[in-house]
Design a binder for this molecule. Structure first.
Ligand code: ADP
Ligand code: MG
Length: 686
């Protein structure tokens, strides 16, 4: 058996289990070895009940106090017991496990490990694991157990057992890092590192193993970018887009004048599109800095030059908003161009008609979602592709869109606040423009962090704002009620809010499970102020622009990441009205307060990202909330920024010494790079 063997050769993996593994993308022993845990469970020392901390997973030991009760209905029975030690008593609940009433009633000390949450009646331990007698916990104490991403029918234990066997056939020949790099950066040997990714003896060992693979991942990524850049540098500009008088007239007719930063960036873009080489440019600017109008200008210029321009957005709601806006502008300013919308939820007939107009060149400005890169979408003369909110896409989608034309100009827009030095590495194939100035009519958003007792006041405030003509968002983490999670949901909340407002305020609701047409209708109504308060999930997180909205209230703010909260807040403060953001939290945990306080203090995305990182600390490898940026498997661009820098340096060194990666030392690295690039293309053409 070796890394290429099928996993069915492992003991205990029959046909059925093999199929389940296939579902999670694992086919070979090597694939299993590189199927790293999603997280780890750390079995820490038990704490006294009085020190059980809200929001954390804790272990407590005590005796059952009083009777064990089972309540709720047949679908959702809740078992409740009280656990007591010398320092206090803790309420504990389990879902759908009524039999516990009998098995736990026998007395004797009990060890429980689970998350402590705040419910309406105080701190509760939810659905903990049970160690009875307590000595059973001792076996696990202070170990780290891998937790794998699973699929229905496949248990964590099955994966653990299979991985243990697979680790017996690790093949050092699979190591792609040249020996010189391993020595230079002091990495763990390959076989050891692989094993420690799954079964580390403590955090430090894990961090060391992980460092190696994060480096590998970044190294291959940076090398692939260098290759793109090389090819792009050679690509000449096939679409020289000359300035057009209509652009000047359009700018004059806009209800505002561009900020200095917008003007500078627009100049850079024009220079690119008229230059000798094709444009590859990133426009970076915080939420609300006015990136859209820049994208529109570039699209108009492509259209006015008799070519096509396409803009891809990550959500249908956003694509549609852009489409409505640009169509409105074309109309209003009498520009002789036709815009087209292309999204996945359109009917087959609608799509077919749109394809026709795109292929014939009748439509010159094409706005859409991933539908833009579907096979059936054929463009006549695509000169420019724009991706909005690039951080939501990977490089491969951007390339797929570009592949729809003959080396078109590329423009990508992103609000992700990353320092310039990192941007240069991550977007190594792009030139970078920064919009570092907000439109002048803006007033800084006023923030507050409050607990649920403030709700009444908040509603009163929203009522006043709507009476003054403004609009509000309320964000809830969930779509509908769930017994297992104590968080606000859009469906119940919007009803409750409508009642609380006494029918004088028009309340609407929006969530991802609605049909697209419904979503469009709701967003239209909100855009026209027919809905005054919109209760929504995070579907409106990116891009949505209703400048009349002046309040956003975020329920269960503790459940969102800081970057996400900053994006959400960016939905208000987009016009001339004083705007407000209310972070409502159901949690009294100190960490929550500290985290939200960062947002309370600042509206600056850069500052927030930096503080978030500082708060988490460099050692917080388990708390890594994948920033989602560029879809790395292991690496986190923010947290692992120093590894990213090292990888970029190493890539530079390697290419300087061996530009074609043809030396024996780089052979495996070169093969890994080819695999990486073809994998990307494969996905891009799907
Ligand atoms: P983002 O950078 O987040 O994509 P948008 O491009 O959606 O921001 O712009 C936010 C709002 O600011 C929009 O309503 C837009 O019309 C407006 N806006 C853009 N540029 C200016 C400007 N120079 N002066 C005033 N308002 C502007
Ligand atoms: Mg935007």
């Amino acid at each position: 058996m070796n890394e290429r063997s099928k996993i069915s050769e492992l003991k205990g993996i029959g046909e059925k289990t093999e199929k389940l593994f296939e579902k999670i993308g694992v086919r070979t022993v090597g694939g299993l070895i590189r199927y790293y845990p999603r997280s780890y469970e750390i079995f820490e020392d038990p704490v006294p009940i009085a020190e059980a901390c809200e929001g954390r997973i804790c272990t407590v030991t005590g005796a059952v106090f009083g009777r064990i009760q089972v309540s709720g209905n047949r679908n959702m029975q809740v078992t409740t017991l009280y656990l007591k030690d010398l320092t206090g008593t803790l309420k504990v609940i389990w879902f759908r496990m009524p039999f516990l009433r009998n098995t736990l009633a026998k007395g004797g000390p009990l060890t429980l490990r689970g998350r402590i949450v705040r419910r309406r009646d105080g701190l509760v331990m939810e659905h903990p694991d049970i160690y009875c007698p307590s000595s059973k916990y001792e076996e696990k104490r202070n170990t780290m157990q891998p937790v794998y991403a699973l699929t229905a029918g496949l248990s964590n234990n099955t994966v653990i057992k299979a991985v243990r066997q697979a680790l017996g056939c690790v093949d050092a020949g699979q190591d792609i890092l040249p020996e010189s790099l391993v020595r230079m950066y002091g990495f763990m040997p390959y076989e050891n590192a692989v094993a420690k990714m799954h079964f580390p003896d403590g955090k430090d060992e894990f961090a060391e193993a992980r460092r190696r693979f994060v480096f590998e991942e970044f190294l291959v990524f940076v090398l692939s970018l260098r290759r793109l850049r090389d090819e792009e540098n050679r690509a000449e500009n096939r679409f020289v887009l000359r300035d057009q008088p209509e652009i000047g007239r359009f700018l004059e007719a806009l209800p505002y004048s561009l900020t200095g930063a917008q003007r500078r960036v627009w100049k850079e873009i024009k220079a690119d599109m008229q230059g000798g080489h094709v444009m590859s440019r990133l426009v970076q600017g915080d939420v609300g800095s006015g990136k859209t109008v820049i994208a529109f200008l570039a699209l108009l210029l492509a259209g006015l030059n008799g070519c096509q321009g396409a803009l891809m957005a990550p959500t249908e709601v956003l694509a549609r908003q852009h489409f409505e806006n640009i169509s409105g502008m074309l109309d209003k300013y009498g520009l002789p161009l036709k815009a087209e919308l292309l999204t996945g939820s359109m009917t087959a007939k609608q799509k077919k008609e749109a394809y026709g107009r795109i292929e014939s060149g009748e439509s010159s400005i094409i706005i859409g979602t991933h539908a833009l890169i579907q096979e059936k979408a054929v463009y006549k003369n695509l000169a420019l592709v724009v991706t909005d909110e690039q951080h939501r896409f990977g490089v491969k989608q951007r390339e797929a869109l570009a592949g729809k034309g003959n080396t078109p100009h590329i423009l990508v827009m992103s609000a992700t606040p990353i320092p310039r030095t990192l941007a240069i590495i991550l977007y190594g194939d792009l030139d970078i423009s920064v919009i570092d100035e907000m439109p002048k009519n803006r007033l800084p958003i006023k923030n507050c962090v409050v607990d649920t007792s403030y709700r009444k006041t908040a509603y009163e405030f929203m009522r006043k704002q709507t009476a003054a003509g403004r609009q509000c968002y309320v964000i809830c983490p969930m779509v509908e009620e769930s017994e297992a999670l104590d968080a606000e949901n859009v469906l119940d909340y919007s009803q409750m809010l409508a009642e609380a407002m006494g029918g004088q305020v028009r309340v609407g609701c929006l969530h991802g499970r609605m049909k697209q047409q419904e979503k469009d209708e709701i967003m239209d109504a909100f855009g026209k102020n027919e809905i005054q308060i919109l209760v929504s999930t995070t579907v409106i997180e990116v891009g949505i622009d209703v400048p009349n909205a002046s309040v956003i209230m975020i329920e269960n703010a503790e459940r969102f990441g800081l970057a996400q909260l900053h994006q959400l807040r960016g939905r208000v403060g987009r016009g001339k009205y004083q705007s407000y953001c209310i972070f409502m939290t159901g949690s009294k945990a100190k960490e929550t307060k500290e985290r939200l306080d960062i947002l309370n203090r600042s509206n600056d995305g850069f500052f927030i990202a930096g503080e978030d990182l500082r708060l988490r600390g460099p050692g917080d490898l388990f708390g890594i909330r994948q920033s989602g940026l560029m879809n790395f498997k292991l690496g986190d661009v923010f947290q692992d920024s120093s590894i990213l820098r090292q990888a970029a340096e190493a890539a530079g060194e390697i290419l300087r010494a061996d530009p074609e990666l043809s030396s024996p030392e780089n052979k495996k690295l070169s093969a890994a790079l080819e695999r990486y690039i073809t994998d990307q293309n494969l996905e891009a053409t799907l």
